[in-house]
Design a protein around this ligand. Structure first.
Ligand code: ADP
Ligand code: MG
Length: 147
């Protein structure tokens, strides 16, 4: 299968679904990056490592879903980096390695339920990424070869 999966691309504007208002901003990849996703990486929530530009490598959770802008014909990839940044980083290069799968996408009855689910995902990602086989990916040359 295709995990771990390495990719990088410019951070583009999303659809203002208000992720930031929920306290969980998600950096969106452009279609060019999404188009390269292997077919066996389905929709759902993934965890892994991410870095912005030449910055530090942090834990991340990523949602892969259907992109409403393209009438749900293309996937979207939205990464929440588990770190508090001082500023937005639109236009910068985001590098990620997707390491594992957490759960399928689903809809929630309330905003509170959605936020609780995402916070569970973040806790699961933090724990899983401490496994030695996952920690070693944080040091991968992929993250030091950003120009
Ligand atoms: P959009 O709909 O444009 O994606 P969001 O509300 O999801 O808007 O906010 C995403 C933006 O927030 C990212 O593109 C990035 O510039 C910024 N940002 C700040 N902190 C983070 C973080 N920890 N993880 C992801 N994006 C972040
Ligand atoms: Mg977003």
């Amino acid at each position: 299968k295709s995990l771990p999966y390495f990719c990088r691309g410019e951070v583009v504007r999303g659809f203002g679904r208000g992720s930031k208002e929920l306290g969980i901003p998600t950096a969106n990849f452009p279609v060019s990056v999404v188009d390269h996703l292997p077919a066996d990486i389905g929709t759902g929530i993934y965890y892994g490592w991410a870095c912005v530009g030449n910055g530090d490598v942090f834990k991340m959770v990523m949602s892969i879903g259907w992109n409403p802008y393209y009438k749900n014909t293309k996937k979207s990839m939205e990464t929440h980096v588990i770190h508090t940044f001082k500023e937005d980083f639109y236009g910068e290069i985001l590098s990620v390695v997707m390491v594992g799968y957490i759960r399928p996408e689903r809809s929630y009855d309330s905003l509170e339920a959605l936020i609780a689910a995402i916070n569970n995902d973040i806790e699961e990602a933090k724990l899983k990424l401490e496994l030695p086989e996952h920690l070693k990916l944080k040091e991968d040359n992929f993250f030091t070869s950003v120009t």
